[in-house]
Design a protein around this ligand. Structure first.
Ligand SMILES: [Zn+2]
Ligand SMILES: [Zn+2]
Length: 356
């Protein structure tokens, strides 16, 4: 059964409980202004209790969930940050061994994503890279394919670049790190199910609070940029536990896509596959049978590619509705690109459909 309800989620951010500057209330207000449906706040190594729930402003409401970004604070250099959602107890004590940590998240009923898998150093600003290194781990839900803050770090090649991009957030976003995209395709080719999400890693730190790398962007700016859109089989009903379950289930199953909502809203993107057994959404598996029909719908005309096992099998230069009949098994995903501020930029990255 295809999922039809779409919600826009921003799922990686920091408050004063770790190294962000805002409160949960300020995060909620920024998210409401930006038109988000849900946020997952992920402070470093602390599972904050209390601020979760619904926040309202006029007719609009925002669901706030609390997750956690866990890493081994004693490790030098810093590596292996893990985003954990939906677990019911503090797990930061397991950070020194990433596999144990992932196992504990699963035991605690949670899901987890390898955060900023390829995070570049910015030596001019004393910023080291916080790449994921423990690639032997198993049992994680997926990866944070597109992290807006890592992408900003990648632009900091000089003080002039830093000044320009620091003042012109709209010029930063171009797409996931190509290294992360190829890692993801390689994992998918190995037959693994790996869900991709996009996160802002918003900190909202202000100028004057420290060295240059602290001059970052307000929450609202981030919430209008790299988001994860989820598809759910039933609508949110405003009841916290019910709606929380829908969010976590969609992320667990990969019924989701990454949308860069700044050039143009990505709400309305769909990628489905139909075969003898019916239609399935992204994230699902489907038997090949006598062939599969993919349907792709973009919110407005743009360039689009259908990718199988890491290779483009079809490129459409411009359009908003596409179909493709597949006669080969493989892992299929969709990318859409859009021109914005003089560059062709990554706009939509779907989760895959697994044709077995
Ligand atoms: Zn991190
Ligand atoms: Zn973070």
């Amino acid at each position: 059964m295809p999922s039809t309800h779409e919600y826009v989620v921003n799922l990686h951010m920091h408050t004063r409980y770790s190294d962000g500057s805002g409160t949960h209330q300020e995060v909620a207000q920024a998210a409401l202004r930006a038109g988000l449906d849900a946020v997952i706040v992920t402070d470093h190594n602390v599972l904050v209790r209390g601020p979760e729930g619904y926040y309202r402003e006029g007719e609009r409401r925002l669901l706030m969930l609390i997750g956690e970004e866990i890493h081994d604070q004693a490790r030098e250099p810093q590596k292996n940050h893990l985003l954990a959602f939906g677990h019911d107890r503090e797990l930061a004590q397991y950070a020194p061994d990433p596999q144990t940590l992932i196992d504990k998240v699963n035991e605690a009923g949670g899901i987890c994503f390898l955060a900023h898998p390829d995070d570049p150093a910015a030596p001019a600003f004393g910023e080291t890279d916080i790449t994921w290194e423990a690639w032997e781990v198993q049992g994680y839900t997926g990866i944070e394919l597109w992290n807006a803050l890592s992408e900003f770090k990648a632009r900091l090649r000089s003080k002039a670049h830093a000044l320009f991009y620091g003042l012109n957030f709209r010029h930063v976003g171009r797409g996931p790190d190509p290294k992360t995209l190829s890692r993801w395709d390689a994992l998918l080719r190995q037959g693994k199910r790996v869900v991709a999400v996009g996160g802002s890693d918003a900190h909202a730190l202000h100028a004057g609070m420290g060295p240059f790398h602290r001059v970052l962007f307000p929450y609202e700016m981030h919430f209008r940029a790299v988001n994860t859109h989820i598809l759910t089989p039933e609508p949110f009903d405003g009841e916290y536990e019910h709606d929380r379950r829908l969010v976590l289930e969609a992320l667990r199953e990969g019924h989701a896509f990454i949308g860069y909502d700044l050039p143009a809203p990505t709400r309305g993107f769909r990628f489905t596959a139909s075969g003898e057994g019916g239609e399935v959404p992204m994230g699902a598996a489907i038997p090949l049978g006598n062939g599969i029909t993919f349907k792709i719908r973009l919110p407005l005309p743009a360039g689009c590619r259908l990718i199988r096992d890491g290779e483009a099998v079809k490129i459409w230069k411009q359009g908003d509705i596409f179909t493709y009949i597949a006669t080969q098994p493989g892992v299929y995903r969709v990318e859409a690109h859009i021109p914005y501020l003089g560059l062709r930029r990554g706009w939509i990255f779907s989760n895959p459909i697994y044709v077995r």
